[in-house]
Ligand binder design. Structure first.
Ligand code: ATP
Length: 543
């Protein structure tokens, strides 16, 4: 059996993986079997991007609303009739949780009679073979792929195939879905599916489409990566006017839409994940009347999407106002404002801003200011040992970036003055070289530990780099932050050096070889006491 769990984990984004675990745990706690279904399974196998997660549970998912809310998910809408919950899971993961059900289509144009069912029965009510697969998320069968219509083979053959001859009669919205999937994947309809499609079109079955299905398909259009291509196909096939009677591609702001998708891609490349659906709907319906847009909005099953679309322009105006006010008086403040704004708002405003100042600020946020970010860390940060290992590093780096944005920290002195207070204490100096009898004692072969605790012979040579040695208590004390110590570190060469070598460089500066007798005395004291300690040992050896 192919390991679909491995493939799933490989293909899902980290947030989607967390989403799968979350849904799986909540369903399991409620005693419901849960499966990943529909487009998510299809896209795991095809390798196309996984846009959203569809789950099917054996039970009523509407009972799980509270659990989902407690776990940080946002309920975007619920459909009592079909037992479906529309969610946004933490990390902006779009998900749909449906009850495993059987749909009996008794009368064309009427909603089907819905009864609860097993997962296999549920797969039989689906639209196309490639969408009729389920992946078990249950203990004991986790990773088992259920594929009763051989969807995997149709993925291999790149075909859109209906499950039975009445697929389009039962639910004419499948005609629109067939066009959408064929256009998105560039997969043709399988031969018999094509024949049924043509016949359904000819017999105008589409007039029996329900309002619910219209709303659902408009919403799906908004999630497409290339909505312009899809809407053109819809127009050609005659489906666009089914979704809204006066909708044509002439009513679409095509420039705005392509600009939106381009900017969105740029943002994705920068690591943002703006949800473009509300803005897509805005541009798709730009030239429809207010009433027509409102009618469309009312049909969208996800209430949060409908509201986000409705409020888009107002929120953009608000952000635009803030960008021209005090809050964005400097580049650093503007950066903070744009970083904390919702990515989808920044995206929308980037495309629609009319004020030159606002457009320029957003442009800088995406381009010029990011180049400034590359200048952190400054060479002086490395020099002062302000490295990512320090707990205060992120804050210092952020402050440096903000100052650089505002054109500060131009000179080296300015940079050093700003950074010095954040510099960690320099590494402790190694013990000074031994002299006299102490050094002789050190030269005598000793147990491994003792050898490690005293400087070697090389330590005797003036000015030579000391080998590594453990930090004596006194030396550790010397390492406490002191102005002089920071100065010594600043005075080291520009090129970054490893801490051990650097210690040696500092040591050389601290221990004047001949002139400064007091300093020498102070630093050689511990060595003397070390040699004094070794004296009795020597004696006992002689005896
Ligand atoms: P994508 O989200 O990538 O557009 P999808 O297949 O997930 O593709 P959705 O519209 O999210 O599409 O639907 C989820 C699943 O629900 C589908 O894969 C399909 O199994 C089922 N489904 C949706 N609409 C219908 C329908 N009209 N008839 C039968 N099954 C449907």
């Amino acid at each position: 059996m192919a390991d679909y769990i491995y493939t799933m984990e490989l293909r899902l984004t980290p947030s989607q993986q967390k989403g799968v675990t979350l849904v799986q745990d909540i369903a399991r706690n409620a005693g419901m079997n849960v499966y990943l279904t529909g487009g998510a399974v299809r896209d795991i196998i095809t390798g196309f991007p996984i846009r959203d997660l569809d789950f099917t549970v054996q039970g009523n998912p509407l009972k799980l609303q509270k659990d989902f809310e407690r776990s940080g998910a946002v309920i975007g809408g619920a459909d009592d009739y079909f037992g479906t919950l529309y969610l946004t899971l933490p990390g902006s993961v779009r998900a749909e949780i449906s009850s495993a059900r059987l749909e009996r289509h008794e009368k064309t144009g009427k909603p089907p009679v819905v009864t609860s069912a097993t997962i296999i029965e549920d797969l039989r009510r689906r639209d196309f073979s490639v969408n009729a697969m389920a992946l078990s998320l249950n203990p004991g069968s986790r990773g088992l792929l259920m594929d009763p219509f051989n969807g995997a083979a149709d993925i291999e053959a790149k075909l859109v195939r209906i499950l039975h001859n009445y697929a389009f009669v039962e639910d004419p919205s499948r005609l629109i879905r067939a066009s959408r999937f064929a256009a998105r994947f560039h997969w043709p309809l399988e031969e018999r599916t094509q024949a049924r499609y043509d016949s359904a079109k000819e017999n105008n079955y589409i007039e029996y489409i329900t309002d619910r299905a219209i709303g659902y398909e408009i919403e799906q259009l908004a999630y497409e990566d290339d909505p312009l291509n899809i809407i053109r196909i819809f127009e050609k096939e005659g489906w666009l006017k089914v979704l809204s009677p006066h909708w044509t591609t002439a009513k679409v702001d095509t420039n705005g839409l392509s600009q939106l998708m381009k900017t969105r891609q740029q943002m994705v490349d920068m690591g943002y994940a703006p949800a473009p659906a509300p803005a897509v709907l805005h541009f798709l319906t730009e030239r429809l009347s207010e009433k027509e847009s409102t009618d469309i909005r009312k049909m969208i099953p996800r209430r949060d999407l409908a509201e986000a679309w409705r409020d888009l322009e107002d929120h953009a105006k608000e952000l635009s106002k803030r960008l021209t006010g005090k809050e964005a008086a400097t580049p650093s403040r503007t950066w903070k404002l744009l970083s904390s704004a919702r990515p989808e708002m920044v995206l929308f405003l980037a495309v629609t801003a009319r004020q030159q100042a606002v457009a320029q600020k957003i442009k800088n946020f995406f381009t010029k200011w990011r180049e400034v970010q590359q200048k952190v860390p400054l060479p002086e940060m490395t020099e002062l040992l302000i490295t990512p290992q320090l707990p205060q590093y992120p804050k210092v780096a952020e402050d440096v970036f903000m100052l650089l944005l505002d054109g500060k920290l131009r000179s080296r002195t300015e940079r050093l003055n700003f950074l010095k207070p954040f510099a960690p204490p320099p590494p402790p100096p190694p013990p000074p070289p031994r002299r006299g009898r102490g050094a002789k004692a050190a030269a005598v072969p000793a147990p491994a530990q003792a050898v490690a605790s005293v400087p070697g012979k090389a330590g005797k040579k003036k000015g030579k780099l000391e080998p590594a040695a453990p930090v004596p208590a006194k030396a550790a004390e010397l390492a406490k932050p002191q102005k002089g110590a920071v100065r010594a570190a600043v005075a080291t060469p520009k090129t970054p050096v490893a801490p051990q070598k650097k210690a040696a460089v500092i040591e050389r500066k601290h221990v004047p070889e001949k002139k400064s007798a007091p300093a020498k005395k102070a630093l050689t004291k511990p060595a003397k006491s070390a040699s004094a300690k070794s004296k009795p040992k020597q004696k006992s050896k002689k005896h």
